[in-house]
Ligand binder design. Structure first.
Ligand SMILES: Cc1ncc(COP(=O)(O)O)c(C=O)c1O
Length: 391
C-alpha cells in the first residue's frame, strides 16, 4: 500500500519516550523542550491583537513563499549581530521550523543511494528527515573539538556520490559539543576543494553560557557552499514554527520551488507575530533570560553528576545549548538502563538513536532545559542509583 521509502522510516525513539514522559510524575531529560515558563505569553497576547489591528485580513491571507519581508530584514540584522554573517533579506528564506529545512533539503539534493555525510553522532530527526529520500549515511568520527578533519578528508577522497554534508558546529544535538576555530577553518578548506553543499544547522548558537563566540562556518564561505539554518524555536517559542535559511540565490531559488509543493508558505500570522514582537519588545533580553536559566540548570546537572555518578561514567561539559552526552562503561547498555530508569520515573534518550548506521550502545543524551533545578537533582540521583546497581 505504501511507498518504498516508508520501509526506511522508523518510529522516532524520542516521540515514543515523550509519550511516557507526558506523565507529570516522570522526570524527563529526554526531549529537547524549551522551558515553557520563559515563553512571553502576555506579550504575545498583545502582539496578536496588534498584528490583527494593524494588518487585519492580510495577516490571515496567503502570502509569499520566501516569507514576510520585514521579518527577513530583521533576521538579516540578527545574522550579523549574533552569527557575524553579512547577508540581506534576499538571501533569507523563511521556513516552518528548521526541521522543514531538513526535509526540503532531502527533496532537493538526495536521490536514492546518494551519500550524506554527518557527524557521528548527529541529530536524530535529521536522520529521519533525510531517510525518506533513501540516502546512504556516512557518519564522520568526532571528538571534543568537533568533526575530525583527517577522517573527513579520508572519506571525501575515497567516496564518490557525496551529495550533502550535514553539521551542527555549535552546542551540537546530541553531544553539546562545539567545533574549535581550527576545525572550522580546516573544514572550510576541505569542502572548498570538493565543492559539496553543506547544511550548517544552528539552532543553539545564541545560547552560549560562557566562553568566546566562534564565527559560523557561513562567515568563511567564499564559494557559496554553506546553507545556514536557524530558528526561533530555542530562543523564543517553538510552537510558532518559524525558522530560516541563509544561502546563495542558486540554492534559495530551488528551496522556494520545493517549499511551494510542501506548504506554499509558512504561517502568515506566526511570521507577523514574531516580527511584531521583535519590533515592540526586546528579544535579546528574552534570550539572556533563557541563557541564565539554562546555565543554572546545566550547572546543577553537572554538579549533581559529579557528586553522584561513578567515576567510570564520562560526560561532556557543554558551554551552551540544551544537551549533554554521557558515556557509560561499555558493559552498560543505555536501552536496558532506560527501561530500569522508567520504573523509577526518570527518562533520557539512548545514544544509539543518534548514529545513522547504529552502534555505540553505552551512551545517552540528557536534556537540562525543561526540568526545574530541584527535579534535575532528584532525577540525576535516581539515574545514578540505577547506574550503580550495575557495579
Ligand atoms: C539540530 C537541530 N536541528 C533542527 C531542529 C528543529 O528545530 P525547529 O523547531 O526549528 O524545527 C532541532 C530541534 O531540536 C535541532 O536540535
Amino acid at each position: 500500500m505504501f511507498a518504498k521509502r516508508m520501509d526506511s522510516l522508523k518510529v522516532s525513539d524520542i516521540r515514543e519516550i515523550l509519550k511516557i514522559t507526558a506523565n507529570p510524575e516522570v522526570i524527563s531529560f529526554a526531549g529537547g523542550l524549551p522551558a515553557p515558563e520563559l515563553f512571553p505569553v502576555e506579550e504575545m497576547k498583545q502582539v496578536a491583537i496588534t498584528v490583527l489591528d494593524e494588518a487585519g485580513a492580510e495577516a490571515l491571507q496567503y502570502s509569499t513563499t520566501e516569507g514576510f519581508m520585514p521579518l527577513r530584514k530583521q533576521i538579516a540584522i540578527r545574522m550579523k549581530n549574533k552569527f557575524d554573517v553579512d547577508t540581506t533579506y534576499e538571501n533569507i528564506q523563511i521556513i516552518s521550523g528548521s526541521q522543514q529545512g531538513l526535509d526540503l533539503s532531502g527533496k532537493l539534493f538526495i536521490d536514492e543511494g546518494d551519500v550524506v555525510l554527518c557527524e557521528s553522532p548527529t541529530y536524530l530527526a535529521a536522520i529521519s528527515a533525510f531517510n525518506a529520500y533513501g540516502p546512504r549515511f556516512i557518519a564522520v568520527p568526532t571528538d571534543d573539538d568537533g568533526m575530525i578533519m583527517e577522517e573527513l578528508e579520508k572519506i571525501m577522497e575515497n567516496t564518490p556520490n557525496i551529495k550533502l554534508i550535514y553539521v551542527i558546529p555549535d552546542f551540537q544535538n546530541p553531544t553539546g559539543r562545539t567545533w574549535s576555530m581550527e576545525r572550522r577553518k580546516k573544514f572550510m578548506s576541505v569542502i572548498n576543494k570538493y565543492e559539496i553543499p553543506v547544511i550548517e544547522d544552528n539552532p543553539y548558537g545564541e545560547l552560549r553560557f560562557e566562553g568566546e563566540r566562534l564565527p559560523a562556518l557561513k562567515t568563511f564561505d567564499t564559494k557559496g557552499l554553506i546553507i545556514f539554518f536557524s530558528t526561533f524555536s530555542k530562543i523564543f517559542c517553538p510552537g510558532l514554527r518559524i525558522g530560516w535559511i541563509v544561502a546563495d540565490k542558486k540554492f534559495l531559488e530551488k528551496y522556494v520551488l520545493v517549499k511551494q509543493g510542501t506548504d506554499l508558505h509558512t504561517s502568515t500570522m506566526s511570521q507577523r507575530e514574531i516580527s511584531k514582537y521583535i519590533e515592540r519588545y526586546d528579544l535579546d533580553a528574552n534570550v539572556e533570560k533563557i541563557i541564565q536559566v539554562y546555565k543554572g540548570r546545566r550547572d546543577i546537572m553537572l554538579a549533581t553528576m559529579k557528586r553522584e555518578f561513578p567515576v567510570s561514567v564520562k560526560y561532556t561539559h557543554p558551554q551552551g545549548g540544551l544537551f549533554l552526552w554521557v558515556e557509560l562503561p561499555l558493559y552498560i547498555k543505555a536501552r536496558e538502563l532506560l527501561l530500569r530508569c522508567l520504573e523509577d520515573n526518570v527518562a533520557f534518550v539512548p545514544g544509539d538513536s543518534f548514529f545513522p548506521n547504529g552502534g555505540v550502545e553505552n551512551t545517552l543524551r540528557l536534556n537540562y532545559s525543561n526540568m526545574s533545578e530541584e527535579r534535575i537533582i532528584e532525577g540525576i540521583k535516581r539515574l545514578a542509583k540505577v547506574i550503580k546497581e550495575y557495579n
